[in-house]
Design a protein around this ligand. Structure first.
Ligand code: NAD
Ligand code: AKB
Length: 322
């Protein structure tokens, strides 16, 4: 199976690449991103092309050259960046997706497209948000994500294109920093805890949001694309979650390992308003029943792993400097 990724250098792509290479082989995974300065270690093992996902001709040429049959379309602007650049957000998130779907239709590729908890809005039920419910987001990011969900459904129904996807919560990882979202605090807090034993948070301490550790996010991306299509009733935009917590609670788990850790607050009104409009917790029953979704990491296990990995890395960096 030949696979192409757009947005391959981002938080999700840079780790999904490794898992896909392990499964399908180094040469089977073709990386693309708009950036022309990829990390050398990421592109050493397999092909990389600097391509804008809105450039259909360039994408088509690469898809044909490598005989690609599956596309992971990850290129997008995240919620906070999208609020600052709404025109770009619409163009990249919606027109970029449409371009990818057209290329996939021409070459009969299956397509994975991530949606987000951002596809929900303030009048969506906040607790255990159902799979099928009200979606009236108030952010441009959310509007592009709902449009994307509908576009993928349309290409499946109208053209029989094998489109699939999940609604990710905030993703937490320790390889590539997040790209400008509202849930970024939940990553930054671990880096700051290990380096400085304190963190200044841009969301209020009692703001609950759904989250997921990167190994589970990768597993979801692979498992849904490998799932038996006959079992998929929803196909696109499956709710998936692993945990729900607020900054105060996360800080408590960090204190189990770093007792002197302190959290203070300096609220960013833009990102607080975005977070307030999103659910507290998702219900992911459809994903569990239709393709066997089951996360491995909760807040306790993720915190232990994040702090261990980052402590070792920073200690090695300091050792290397002295
Ligand atoms: P990211 O911002 O870390 O990475 C996005 C990548 O897309 C970047 O490397 C960027 O250079 C690239 N890109 C931007 N514009 C492009 C263009 N025009 N053409 C080609 N590439 C372009 O984002 P991510 O966290 O890796 O997110 C990947 C996908 O997952 C997105 O669709 C995002 O909405 C979704 N998602 C992410 C999260 C999360 O917490 N990270 C949560 C929910 C959904
Ligand atoms: C963001 O905060 O924008 C992303 C997301 C939840 O989609 N992390």
């Amino acid at each position: 199976m030949q696979i192409l990724l757009t947005g391959a250098l981002g938080q999700l792509g840079s780790e999904l690449v490794g898992a896909l290479r392990e499964r399908y082989g180094d040469r089977a995974v073709v990386l693309t991103d708009v950036r022309s300065d990829p990390e050398p270690e990421l592109v050493a093992a397999g092909p990389y092309h600097a391509v804008d996902c809105r450039d259909g001709e360039a994408l088509l040429e690469i898809v044909r050259r490598y005989r690609v049959k599956r596309i992971y379309h990850l290129a997008a602007l995240l919620s906070a960046v999208a609020e600052a650049r709404p025109d770009d957000a619409w163009d990249i998130n919606v027109n970029g997706l449409r371009t990818v779907l057209e290329v996939a239709r021409t070459e009969n590729c299956s397509v994975f497209t991530p949606s987000s908890i951002g596809a929900f809005g303030p009048n969506t039920p906040k607790d255990y948000t159902p799979q099928d419910t009200i979606q009236r987001p108030t952010t441009v990011y959310g509007i592009t994500k709902v449009s994307g969900e509908l576009l993928c459904d349309y290409y499946y129904r109208r053209y029989g294109l094998d489109t699939r996807g999940v609604r990710y919560p905030g993703l937490i990882s320790n390889v590539t920093p997040p790209g400008g979202g509202t849930t970024d605090y939940a990553v930054d807090i671990y880096y700051s805890a290990v380096r400085h034993k304190r963190y200044r948070c841009f969301l209020k301490g009692d703001t609950y949001l759904d989250m997921m550790y990167m190994p589970d996010a990768i597993k979801a991306a692979i498992d849904i694309m490998e799932a038996d299509p006959a079992r998929l009733r929803h196909r696109n935009a499956f709710n998936v979650t692993a945990m729900s917590f607020c900054p105060e609670e996360q800080a408590g788990y960090i204190r189990k390992h770093i007792p002197e850790f302190e959290i203070t607050y300096d609220i960013d009104p833009v990102r607080q308003a975005i977070a307030n409009s999103w659910p507290n917790t998702l219900e992911d029953y459809a994903a569990r029943v239709e393709w066997g979704w089951e996360p491995q990491y909760d807040l306790d296990a993720m915190t232990r792993d994040m702090l261990t990995v980052l402590s070792k890395r920073f200690a090695a960096e300091e050792g290397g400097q002295s």
